[in-house]
Design a protein around this ligand. Structure first.
Ligand SMILES: *Cc1c(COP(=O)(O)O)cnc(C)c1O
Length: 429
């Protein structure tokens, strides 16, 4: 469920017409619904309540400090993948005791930063990293708490660019050799292996990968304990899918059903690192039509959001629902199924102004004829939208607005042209 709905043929975010926000803040514009975020966070808390999970929101999904603050205020911790994300989490009121530090290439400076801030788990992904962490911890006179991130070698389960648990990807420790490695560090004075970490990939629309991961993890935790490691935490990562096309995603309960029994059996504390599930459907990207044109037998809608604002379609072949903010009379609000024929539409490409043929939000999509100035909403854009944005083509980044009921506030101002050149001008000043 989300709080984006049409009322009197105008798209609203909670109680506010999207057209009002577009007028006030300009386009392209990211709009987030606070109540949708809380709804999804609450669903996870309830589904996994039996094992009292620590939910560590994945900062890379959408790191706006105002959104992160909502997570912290509602009991969540953070999953960070860089020193920059650690900084964001702390700025948002996060506490080290609820922060897990992930990532395949943490530098010494980042490891030190994590230790200085007392992060409660380092998800360690290589032998080299464990040794470096041990060195840094020794120099600080500390002992680093570690969860071994294992690649459980499962069958493919999502897009090749976001599948992190098939053989041959850079993530995690090889499940075939992880025990040999763990044996070597049983008595390490400055690193303590206290957990197992798996992040299987994303988005995942079935429960079997989690079931398979749990089965392999149970065996591994037993073996690690036999070696003398005191395994307390089981971090199952994130990856829960959301509705992009229609109602394809599973509820949190379905994942809990396969994960909770495994956690109980292992007598571990559960850590989760959800990102997309919490914020994905809580955000839309609003854009305005600049031109329409026909070329090579195709119809194009050229609007002011581009691949620099939302790169998922071109990077992952992702599907985002797109529909007018104020659809004309006779059109559905919105269509049930965007892929089959919809009366009053024709097949069109939705493209942006960037000079790349990969710059599109949708290809071959049933959409009504639009005019200059019409507003479009790209749905389910809260995850990996703004956080993957860039200034390519010297496009200032979009503004972000947070809505709660009939209140709204700017949580990131639109970048200016001066913002674009500021670091360059300062470098030579
Ligand atoms: C990206 C990532 C997540 C979050 O994935 P979602 O699909 O957004 O839930 C969690 N853990 C790790 C290690 C990640 O890299």
């Amino acid at each position: 469920m989300d709080h984006f709905h049409y009322r009197s043929r105008v798209l609203h975010c909670e109680e506010i017409p999207v057209s009002v926000l577009a007028e006030k803040y300009g386009t392209p514009l990211y709009i987030y619904s606070r109540n949708t975020i809380l709804h999804h966070l609450g669903q996870l808390k309830r589904a996994f309540a039996a094992v009292e999970p620590l939910i560590c929101y994945s900062v890379k999904t959408n790191g706006n400090v105002h959104l992160c603050r909502i997570m912290a205020e509602n009991g969540a911790g953070f999953d960070v993948t860089s020193g920059g994300e650690l900084y964001r989490a702390l700025q948002a009121g996060g506490q080290g005791s609820k922060i897990v530090f992930a990532g395949v290439g943490k530098t010494d400076a980042e490891l030190r930063d994590g230790l200085d801030n007392g992060v409660f788990l380092f998800n360690v992904e290589s032998e080299g990293e464990l040794l470096a962490l041990g060195e840094v911890a020794r120099s600080l006179g500390k002992t680093a708490p570690v969860a071994l991130r294992v690649n459980p070698d499962l069958p493919p389960k999502t897009h090749a660019k976001t599948d992190t648990s098939v053989k041959g990807v850079k993530f995690g420790l090889d499940i075939d050799t992880v025990l040999e490695f763990a044996q070597k560090v049983v008595d390490h004075p400055h690193v303590k292996i206290v957990g197992l970490h798996m992040h299987l990939g994303s988005p995942i629309l079935k429960t079997d990968p989690y079931k398979q991961g749990i089965d392999k993890g149970l065996v591994l935790i037993d073996q690690l304990r036999q070696q003398g490691h005191n395994i307390v935490y089981w971090n199952m990562g994130g990856g829960f899918g959301i509705h992009y096309r229609k109602k394809e995603a599973l509820p949190a309960d379905a994942f809990a059903e396969v994960i909770v029994p495994g956690i109980k059996q292992a007598r571990c504390k559960l850590v989760l690192e959800p990102g997309r599930f919490i914020v994905g459907n809580a955000g839309i990207l609003v854009s305005r039509v600049i031109y329409t044109k026909e070329s090579g037998g195709k119809h194009f809608i050229i609007q002011d959001a581009a691949m620099n604002d939302l790169i998922r379609p071109t990077l992952y072949d992702s599907f985002h629902r797109i529909w007018p903010v104020e659809p004309a009379a006779g059109l559905p609000t919105p269509p049930e199924d965007y892929e089959s024929g919809i009366a009053g539409t024709r097949i069109q490409d939705v493209v942006g102004p960037v000079c790349e043929s990969g710059d599109f939000l949708a290809k071959d999509r049933a959409l009504p004829d639009l005019r200059r100035g019409d507003l479009l909403a790209t749905f389910s854009a809260g995850a990996y939208g703004m956080s993957m944005s860039s200034n390519y083509n010297s496009r200032p980044r979009a503004a972000e607005v947070l809505v709660e009921g009939s209140n709204h506030r700017l949580i990131r101002r639109r970048e200016s042209f001066q913002d674009l050149v500021r670091p360059e001008v300062e470098a030579t000043a």
